[in-house]
Design a protein around this ligand. Structure first.
Ligand code: SF4
Length: 315
């Protein structure tokens, strides 16, 4: 079982994606109400090693030696990956060992005001920063940032990155009814999006338990109304990923793959079937075993029963 790699899983946006975790659960500069990973226990903008880069490189080498290549290596984290000081070094390492491998980085974008962070991202092929609010009130309400963070700095960083980065940029906006879907917020978001001018603007919403109880995701109609209100090119509603035959050729160590997946975000049985390309009976056997070992919890939600790592939301 890998400690810092997970998947590959079919991602909504990247096809078969091998995740690389650069900070431990749960180090982040934000504590978003909708976070699938759980409450942020270290809320900080402090860049540190967090995870030793040699340990990550060893796992990557082992993966490359023993498994088929995924479509993407996705640098992400159980938190915010740009907080890891060695982000640039890890990207350089992957490009040195696998020059043709596409690398994506998923970031909350809050540290982009720092030139060093922007520089470390330059060799990635695809950047997926997020921006959920462009007003101070909206930012504090939905993203609950570390105390030194200001929304204007995050926006300025994003604009600077868009000028410097030559690869593809998809900007994600996570919509939560009652949090960031009011007219003032949508108008301010649009102004920023026009300045950043990403290759795509991707509207996302909740489909798993967040960290605050009783949140609801936006409906397809509500998201479509935002698309219509903005009247901008390139805005898309992210659709759920479909099962692909390709999935079945990945990862033979099923129980580890299931545990790695639910450790990072809560999943229903159907999510796991879709992600791992396995039959429900096989997944159930491993879920029962993980349950009996006291490693996972079940949580009843509107979309069904979610499996997650035990005590996900404990501080
Ligand atoms: S959603 Fe992302 S940015 Fe927000 S708290 Fe979770 S890991 Fe951090």
């Amino acid at each position: 079982m890998y400690k810092y790699l997970f998947g590959p899983v079919p991602s909504r946006r990247l096809g078969m994606s091998l995740g690389v975790d650069l900070v431990p659960k749960k180090v982040c500069s934000l504590d978003c109400v909708y976070c699938e990973v759980g409450r942020t226990t270290k809320l900080s903008v402090d860049r540190q090693e967090y995870i030793n880069s040699d340990c990550i490189k060893d796992e990557l080498k082992d993966y490359f030696d023993n498994n088929p290549a995924p479509d993407y290596i996705t640098i992400t984290a159980s938190g915010e990956p740009t907080l890891n000081l060695h982000l640039g070094e890890i990207i350089d390492f992957i490009k040195a060992v696998k020059p043709d491998m596409s690398i994506a980085v998923i970031t909350n974008g809050t540290l982009l005001y720092d030139k060093k962070v922007r520089k470390s991202l330059m060799k990635a092929d695809l950047l997926l920063p997020s921006l959920d609010a462009a007003t101070d009130a909206g930012f504090r309400k939905i993203n609950r940032p570390a105390k030194d963070l200001k929304v204007e700095d995050c926006i300025q960083g994003l604009i600077s990155l868009s000028k410097e980065f030559k690869g593809t940029m998809w900007l994600e906006v996570f919509i939560l009814p009652g949090y960031n879907d009011n007219e003032e917020e949508l108008i301010e978001l649009k102004k920023v999006i026009l300045q950043v001018n990403p290759d795509s603007v991707q509207l996302n919403t909740l489909d798993r338990p967040g960290t605050v109880p009783n949140l609801r995701g936006a409906t397809r109609d509500e998201l479509q109304k935002i698309v219509d209100f903005w009247q901008m090119d390139k805005v898309e509603i992210i659709a759920k990923v479909k099962q692909t035959d390709k999935t079945q050729s990945y990862r033979k160590d099923t129980k580890s793959a299931i545990f790695e997946t639910v450790s990072r975000r809560p999943c229903t049985l159907e999510d796991l079937m879709e992600m791992l390309g396995l039959k429900s009976e096989e997944i159930k056997i491993h879920l029962d075993a993980l349950d009996a070992e006291g490693k996972i919890d079940k949580v009843e939600e509107e979309r069904g029963v979610f499996y997650q790592m035990k005590n996900k939301n404990e501080k």
